[in-house]
Design a protein around this ligand. Structure first.
Ligand SMILES: NC(=O)C1=CN([C@@H]2O[C@H](COP(=O)(O)OP(=O)(O)OC[C@H]3O[C@@H](n4cnc5c(N)ncnc54)[C@H](OP(=O)(O)O)[C@@H]3O)[C@@H](O)[C@H]2O)C=CC1
Ligand SMILES: CC(C)CCC[C@@H](C)[C@H]1CC[C@H]2C3=C(CC[C@]12C)[C@@]1(C)CCC(=O)C[C@@H]1CC3
Length: 339
């Protein structure tokens, strides 16, 4: 089906992007990668390097291409307001403009399920929930702006079709965020505590399932399809207690699982207080606390999402179960094992 179809993965050297590349090649696509720097070599891939905010840099990478996957973003943890705005908002305007100029037919954005999350419980939330009025951080704020841009750009009349995939808590081999941060905190002795009662359910999504959601979206983006201009939650469809998931990762790498319960609001307000102090001290010294209010909220509330819409509109079904996904991920992170 994808024989000779050329696509471009913007952010194709990142964690998700590189998994996208592997899967697209397996499915017979010809693949271009556009990223700010090239971090791997593959003879089957055409690499383009540059800043996605630059017309000159981006245009050659999307020329002669049918589908563009936009998976680039500054890391959520970077906390750089200007950078998020420039890359996620202004940069995405440039992505849309360059796609249109080059005659690209389909654009699939990697958004985030967190665009509806305000730091309080979401249980089985679907895509009809309104965007967060008070997003938890600048990253999420600009993911909202970005998603709106891409969905509004859908224009069936002129043959430019768009969709957004909203994954949540992506993990898997080569992840730089979830597992490495968790292990780093365990090494620093910061993983002894469970924030809250430990019974908050969260979606953690294996990277291959996220890739599958993107590919399905691209393949279902046809004139007249319900997928056009829509956002889709993509999860493992197996919400798990946040602390059970983290404990499985930690124990799988020979670290102790957290056992001591601390009250959620106490930790949340301490994290908020520490954040304010760090902000005030910023002129003199840069301190990066591990327990930010955002992380405490993510660790202590329910946030899991329904992917019924993706199942109905594009026959989405996770391809790798959570158990298997954890197994594969742990195998790939043996170098982080506690000796
Ligand atoms: N990881 C997760 O749990 C979730 C991620 N997402 C979304 O998925 C997408 C992929 O995330 P993930 O793979 O984890 O992130 P990564 O940081 O691993 O990948 C993003 C890639 O984009 C590149 N990039 C950043 N800025 C630019 C720019 N200006 N021009 C060109 N390339 C750029 C990065 O380069 P460099 O590394 O040099 O900065 C990196 O290679 C993002 O859109 C993210 O918002 C959504 C939900 C959850
Ligand atoms: C406070 C600690 C106990 C937390 C350690 C684990 C965290 C590093 C991760 C747990 C949930 C993750 C998550 C994201 C990043 C990594 C975690 C905070 C995202 C913010 C990544 C970008 C998104 O779009 C949403 C994700 C939600 C879950």
């Amino acid at each position: 089906m994808a024989e000779n179809q050329t696509c471009t993965v913007i952010g194709g050297c990142g964690f998700l992007g590189r998994h996208m590349v592997d899967q697209l090649l397996k499915r017979g696509y010809k693949v271009n990668v556009f990223d700010i720097r090239q971090t791997f070599q593959n003879d089957k891939v055409s690499f383009f390097t540059g800043d996605l905010c630059s017309q000159q840099d981006l245009f050659p990478a999307v020329s002669g291409v049918g589908v563009v996957f936009h998976c680039a973003s500054p890391p959520a943890a970077s906390n750089n307001r200007e950078l998020f705005y420039r890359v996620n908002y202004i940069g995405t305007q440039n992505v849309i403009a360059m796609c249109k100029k080059a005659g690209v037919q389909k654009l699939v954005l990697t958004s985030s399920a967190s665009v509806v999350y305000e730091g309080t419980d979401i249980q089985n939330g679907n895509e009809d929930l309104p965007y967060a009025k008070k997003p938890i951080d600048y990253y999420t704020q600009t993911k909202i702006l970005q998603e709106k841009l891409v969905l509004d750009a859908n224009d069936s009349e002129h043959g430019f079709l768009t969709a957004a995939i909203r994954p949540h808590g992506i993990f898997g081999p080569r992840d730089q965020q979830m597992l490495p941060v968790t292990v780093e905190m365990a090494k620093a002795g910061k993983m002894k505590f469970i924030i809250g009662d430990g019974k908050n359910l969260v979606d953690f999504t294996y990277v291959e399932n996220v890739v599958h959601g993107h590919v399905l979206a691209a393949e279902h983006l046809q004139n007249g399809s319900v997928v056009c201009g829509k956002a889709y939650n993509i999860t493992n469809d197996e919400p798990i207690y946040f602390w059970t998931f983290l404990s499985r990762l930690l124990q799988g790498l020979n670290y102790q699982a957290p056992t001591i319960h601390l009250p959620y609001y106490l930790i949340y307000y301490i994290a908020l207080f520490v954040q304010i102090i760090c902000f005030l001290l910023k002129l003199f010294i840069e301190i990066k606390p591990s327990f930010t209010p955002m992380r405490v909220a993510l660790a202590g509330t329910h946030h899991f999402y329904s992917c019924e819409r993706a199942k109905k509109d594009m026959a989405y079904k996770p391809v790798v179960s959570l158990d298997r996904a954890i197994e594969i991920t742990l195998e790939s992170f043996q170098h982080l094992k506690n000796k």
